[in-house]
Design a protein around this ligand. Structure first.
Ligand SMILES: [Zn+2]
Length: 45
């Protein structure tokens, strides 16, 4: 599971979480995040 600073949460496998959070960051925060940045915030599933 990954939680964004704004409270947005994504659950699933790495391959589901990474694109979902990248899309969220781009659309909601106008931010581009790398796969490594997403995984650095990920909690154990
Ligand atoms: Zn967010």
């Amino acid at each position: 599971m990954v939680r964004c600073e704004c409270g947005f949460e994504v659950r699933g496998t790495e391959d589901e979480i990474v694109p979902a959070l990248q899309k969220h960051a781009g659309e909601s925060h106008n931010m581009k995040v790398t796969r490594e940045q997403v995984l650095a915030r990920a909690h154990a599933i």
